[in-house]
Design a protein around this ligand. Structure first.
Ligand code: ZN
Length: 207
């Protein structure tokens, strides 16, 4: 394992569009890749396979982990799967959203609360956090002191719940029950925008 280097988080920003309920918005999505010099997992597959491969390099991709199935998070997941030959993991409650973008093909492995995947000796644990989307999940990496929250928790509060398949009460309960159970110094890597911490967001929400 030592020859593979230490586990790290690589990040870039990829630009494109988000469409739902008949509206299209220009969006910047964070790309997150967790691994060492040999292998990695990709968290979300927004707009561009080449942007993602720029972070992956020549490493083996073990899995494509989807925080939820909005099109700005899964649009190139099938194309990336073909390119790197890795399974796509998604919570099945997001099937209606997935089918809006990919009506003719499915993901490979169902995520569930507590699902664990290990890459480069580090475990990522899925936390089912419905609200922004019914199948929204966050990925907690205890060894890294980090959680990847997709669009469930941002710097400045919960993700949007104004569109179809969203639920404001549910996202607040998910954040309270699952994310605020994590240590305050846990770094929050979000789907859009800057990092934050669990402690900062807990304080901001008065929770
Ligand atoms: Zn979203």
């Amino acid at each position: 394992m030592a020859a593979s280097g230490t586990v790290r988080v690589d990040h870039a920003v990829s630009s494109g569009t988000f469409s739902l309920d008949g509206e299209t918005h220009q969006v910047d999505n964070n790309l997150w890749v967790v691994g060492d010099d040999t292998e990695c997992v990709v968290i979300d597959a927004p707009h561009s396979v080449s942007d993602i491969l720029g972070l992956v390099g020549d490493r083996k991709v073990r899995a494509i982990l989807c925080t939820h199935a909005h099109d700005d998070h899964v649009r190139v997941a099938p194309a990336l799967r073909e390119e790197v030959v890795a399974p796509i993991l998604l919570h099945p409650a997001d099937r209606p959203l997935w089918e809006l973008t990919h009506p003719d093909r499915l993901w490979d492995v169902d995520l569930s609360d507590g699902f664990e995947i290990t890459v480069a000796g580090t475990t990522l644990r899925a936390l089912h956090t419905p609200g922004h989307a019914p199948g929204a999940v966050c990925f907690h990496a205890p060894d890294l002191g980090a959680v990847f929250t997709g669009d469930t928790l941002f710097q400045g509060g919960p993700g949007a719940t104004g569109r179809s398949y969203s639920d404001e009460d549910l996202i607040k309960e998910s954040i309270r029950a699952k994310l605020f159970a994590l240590p305050d110094d846990t770094v929050v890597h979000t789907g859009h925008g800057d990092d934050t911490t669990i402690g900062a967001e807990r304080a901001a929400l008065g929770a």
